[in-house]
Ligand binder design. Structure first.
Ligand SMILES: [Zn+2]
Length: 469
């Protein structure tokens, strides 16, 4: 590699060697420029584009220039208006009054043939050979995409870079730079205006056609390659140029922005300087517990799915009380993810769990009305999730060191109405009712679960104790 390469260019080449990437930002962002955040006049660029016969679409905040041939239904003409709607959401996220930024503009080039843009004077030699996108302050470039949804996403992703670079002088670690761009760009397209609906955690695959980040997190978990929170924080530009690392960066920001334990700290640091010390400031926030944060992030990536609501998935990591000789009882709520029973089990010891009751695990919406789907702890056989019937009671322990070398996770020890387990370690016993996260807002009710130590009691129905944590 040429020693005379700038550091940014060297990083760029390394990125290109890694594989496909949604975009590239300047790896070593320059210090804030004099024009950062100030008026940017795209008119000279528009004039060049028109002289070169390129198509130009404009809205209040975006000039979009493209050499893509007109095609019926390509949706290009509506992109600037969608960009403006997204701009309002970005302003809200960073606490800006949109009225105060009425003059803010960006210029994006949607590129089919780079030579056309070079010849038109719209692709400076200072722009490196980007794979999918590149942003330099108010200007960005993106390669045309065959999928309209991904093209729109990429446009907005680069737009977030332009927004944060010019209005926040962003120079943050990679996990935040790329994660916030992914997070703020993720949307569903509504049929009528306002069409941009910010869906940072998509409700369904149809919301984010071909984006595939949740599926990527599933793949990373399945192949024991999902990063820990610390590994995510350490993402280097030379290592982040893959779809998987963008998915991980998006997951990290999603986790921090919406997890009830971290949302306040994350919002606090986002209102401060968006500089290289961002991660350090996050770690210094009151109450930040690195071990718990790491476990919470692992629990998040393990259970992540469409329709995920972090407020329903908060894990209590308290050690719990030993199961009394007389047995114990706990309730498991249908509308939540993994729940602490309040009780601690002892490594190697046997326990019986006996569940009773029925819960609502979802609702079927039909023309004739809504039908509640009810289940006992054995589950219902008409629908399955992650290899088990929906509605089935699961009992698990958190495993910090899985034998396969993968990230820490819940290990299911037993399932169904009557469960006999052997505790894998001394620690809290967790339960949940198997259900996709998207169903939890329609779920309700609870099951009673009696817990008895096999060696100390064979009559769990006599349990009287209530859990204390
Ligand atoms: Zn990017």
């Amino acid at each position: 590699m040429n020693l005379f390469l700038t550091r940014g260019a060297a990083v760029m080449l390394a990125l290109l060697a890694v594989g496909r990437m949604p975009c590239t930002t300047a790896a070593e962002p320059a210090p804030p420029r004099a024009e950062a955040g100030q008026a940017f006049d795209p008119q000279p660029l528009v004039s060049r584009a028109e002289r070169a016969g390129l198509r130009v679409f404009q809205s209040r905040h975006l000039v979009l220039i493209t050499d893509r041939p007109p095609r019926q239904g390509d949706g290009l003409a509506e992109l600037p208006a969608i960009f403006d709607e997204a701009f309002g959401v970005w302003c809200g996220h960073y606490g800006f009054d949109p009225a105060s930024l009425a003059q803010w503009r960006a210029c994006g080039c949607l590129v089919v043939d780079r030579e056309t843009f070079r010849a038109a004077g719209l692709l400076p030699a200072t722009v490196p050979e980007f794979a999918n996108g590149y942003c330099d302050h108010h200007r960005f470039w993106l390669s045309d995409q065959s999928n309209p949804a991904y093209r729109r996403h990429l446009l907005l992703h680069e737009g977030v870079h332009a927004f944060t670079a010019t209005l926040r002088n962003l120079n943050t670690p990679t996990w935040y730079t790329e994660g916030i761009a992914e997070w703020l760009a993720t949307h569903r397209l509504e049929p009528t205006a306002p069409r941009f609906r910010h869906t940072p955690l998509p409700a369904s695959p149809e919301d984010v056609e071909q984006l595939g980040r949740i599926e990527m997190i599933h793949r990373l978990r399945a192949t024991q390659t999902c990063p820990s929170l610390e590994a995510l924080f350490s993402l280097r530009p030379t290592l982040h140029g893959t779809i998987s690392s963008y998915a991980a960066a998006w997951a990290g920001v999603s986790f921090l922005a919406d997890h009830p334990r971290y949302a306040r700290a994350f919002a606090t640091i986002e209102r401060g300087p968006l500089d290289a010390a961002l991660t350090q400031r996050l770690r210094q926030q009151p109450g930040w517990n690195p071990a718990a944060a790491s476990r919470d992030f692992d629990a998040f990536t393990e259970t992540l799915d469409y329709g995920y609501d972090l407020s329903r998935m908060v894990i209590d990591w308290a050690p719990g009380q030993p199961v009394p000789a007389a047995g114990a009882v706990t309730q498991v709520q249908a509308e939540r993810g993994w729940q602490h029973t309040g009780w601690q089990v002892q490594a190697g010891r046997g326990y019986q769990l006996q569940a009773s009751g029925r819960v609502r695990v979802g609702r079927l919406r039909q023309a004739s009305g809504t039908l509640d789907l009810e289940s006992t702890a054995n589950g219902i056989s008409i629908d399955w999730y992650r290899g088990r019937p929906i509605g089935r009671l699961l009992a698990a322990q958190w495993d910090d060191h899985p034998q396969d070398g993968g990230r820490p996770r819940f290990t299911v020890l037993g399932e169904g109405e009557a469960i006999t387990i052997t505790a894998a370690a001394t620690g809290p016993l967790y339960v949940k009712i198997n259900n996709p996260p998207a169903n939890l807002s329609d779920a309700g009710g609870s099951l009673a679960v009696q817990i008895a130590s096999v060696s100390s009691s064979s009559t769990p129905e006599k349990a009287e104790s209530t859990p204390r944590r």
